[in-house]
Design a protein. Sequence first.
Length: 257
Amino acid sequence: MSVEFSVEGRIARVTLNRPERLNAVNAEVERQLDAIWREIESRDDISCVVLTGVGEKAFCAGADMKGVDKSGLEYWAESRPNGFAGLSFRRSLDVPVIARVNGYALGGGFEMVLGCDIVVAARTAKFGLPEARVGRMPLDGGMVLLQRKIPFNRAMGMMLTGRQFTAEEMFDFGIVNEVADAADLDTVVDRWAADVVACAPLSLRAIKQTVNRTGHLSPAEAQSLRTPALVRALTSEDALEGVAAFQEKRAPVWRGR
């Protein structure tokens, strides 16, 4: 398989496994990823997803251009309601996603990063949207997401030059949560994942669902929106367990209901 998928201890790991192509995404990988995202959405035993690529060289170099016979217009005309690799602006995935950026995150690979909730990057990682340098554009999330996440001039500086940026620069931009030495990358990612999993599963889903569905609303409108996940979390056994555990000075036992 070009994409590895496993679940253990409420943590799902999704790993692009095409190191010979810098973990670039072709049509088959996109189909596999979409199936994985749909499976994660349907399961109650997952509280966190760690997304990465095999090897030390690349997280994902974007779309695999080898053998592509479509024009840019034909590619743009295809329906991709969830963005690059089914992730960059997917709104039905209520499980937190951590990007473990071990190397190049370019083009669609960077768009995948923009679709994640937490980003941990190796100090040697490089980020960029180089599409303009090959006569294309970041169609699957880059143009619409980046300007909403970082200051306008910095977003335009990335897209209008095609330059690659370091992990430290992306930390300064606010895209990366933490930069780690390559040897410590897994330790840091695991720490973030453990902190996420320590939270109530239904609370995590309610937070992400509410954030995803209210970004276009005013604060008052967002506050009054009763998302399904929010209502479920507020009326759950876990909501009572969390308070009881705090009062009894013990670790909570989450049941996801």
